[in-house]
Design a binder for this molecule. Structure first.
Ligand code: SF4
Ligand code: SF4
Length: 334
């Protein structure tokens, strides 16, 4: 399904008012950017996995990859004093041939560097070296581990993936990742293995910490819980399982006006593989670029105009403002 079809489905579910109306009713719209604190780069659509919840629908046949030229331009943007975090995602970022070079350059900028890795890739031949590359450049590694129970995690990421993720965490722990004293950060991401909202983040973190240590002897720094946005492969699952209407009703029913103030698009600018600019990775997956009239590509980046842009919203945004709120950094309100 392309972005237009996905948005058509989300607008037609019947029980949810358009997101813009709900925002206006709560006196929270329109949403405007406040600054460009996080530059999030989507390095492409190729991935060694094909997870059931993947909003970008990445997989082994993904053929989009950010070029070195676009990455070099992103480095220039990251030098902008306002950007404090460079957040790298994909696909599997490690499958982009320029990642190692980029991390070396970006590591020298003194900004927070995050790579969203599926970890399974770190066990594959030729990619083990990224553990050392990450440590050398003080990269914070963030990985989805949908559940601490193998069966539930495997349901989303594929058979055997849980065991491989645990093995990769063990290797990262041996290098110092996840251990307080090392300064090397390993954060995990929980997301529900079905059509329901995540539980409280703090309680989940305690549970993950205990179970992963007791059962597998591995440690991590923090846990983010993320609501599955009803797009991409997760939307296909909702349609297939006849859960779309109920899931959307759950999201709208849990609308939290306080979470609107903390949506990540207020502080993030997302860059696509070809340099196109988006308000977030979800809008990117749906093919919704920054508002018309704004600089639309890294080639004509203009921080003065972009930092005050109005955010492009639609019904998928209900996923970011339900319950405790959801962002790439986890829950946004306590
Ligand atoms: S969710 Fe992540 S690991 Fe899974 S297919 Fe998508 S990009 Fe790959
Ligand atoms: S989906 Fe994107 S644009 Fe919508 S609220 Fe979430 S971060 Fe903002």
């Amino acid at each position: 399904m392309d972005g237009r079809e996905q948005l058509g489905l989300l607008r037609g579910t019947g029980r949810c008012a358009p997101f813009s109306e709900t925002l206006a009713g709560a006196d929270k719209g329109p949403i405007r950017a406040e600054k460009i604190d996080i530059l999030q780069l989507n390095l492409g659509t190729r991935c060694n996995l094909a997870c059931g919840h993947c909003h970008v629908q990445a997989g082994p046949r993904g053929d989009k990859a950010m070029s070195r030229e676009v990455l070099a331009r992103c480095l220039d943007l990251a030098c902008d004093g306002e950007v404090s975090v460079v957040d790298i995602t994909g696909g599997a970022p490690e499958l982009n041939p320029h990642l190692e070079w980029f991390l070396g350059e970006a590591g020298a900028l003194g900004k927070r560097l995050i790579v969203r890795s599926n970890l399974v890739i770190l066990l594959e031949e030729g990619y083990e070296r990224f553990i050392e590359i990450y440590a050398k450049n003080r990269v914070e590694v963030v990985s989805s581990l949908p559940d601490w129970r193998a069966a539930r995690a495997d349901r989303q990421r594929g058979a055997g993936s849980f065991d491989r993720i645990i093995r990769a965490i063990r290797l990262l722990n041996e290098r110092g990742y996840g251990r307080e004293s090392s300064g090397l950060v390993l954060d995990l991401v929980h997301n529900p293995a079905g059509a329901y909202l995540p539980g409280p983040q703090k309680a989940l973190e305690r549970e993950y910490r205990k179970r992963l240590l007791d059962d597998h002897g591995v440690v991590f720094n923090g846990l983010y819980s993320i609501t599955n946005l009803p797009i991409g492969r997760f939307l296909e699952y909702l349609v297939r399982s006849d859960n779309l209407v109920d899931y959307m009703a759950d999201l709208c029913g849990a609308f939290n006006p306080a979470a609107v103030d903390r949506v990540m698009c207020r502080t993030t600018l997302s860059v696509g593989w070809d340099g196109s600019l988006y308000d977030c990775d979800f809008n990117q997956a749906l093919g919704l670029p920054v508002r018309r009239g704004m600089p639309g590509n890294v080639a004509d980046f203009d921080p003065g105009r972009l930092r005050e842009r109005e955010i492009v919203i639609d019904n998928h945004c209900y996923g970011c403002v339900a319950g405790s709120g959801s962002s790439c950094q986890g829950a946004t309100v306590s």
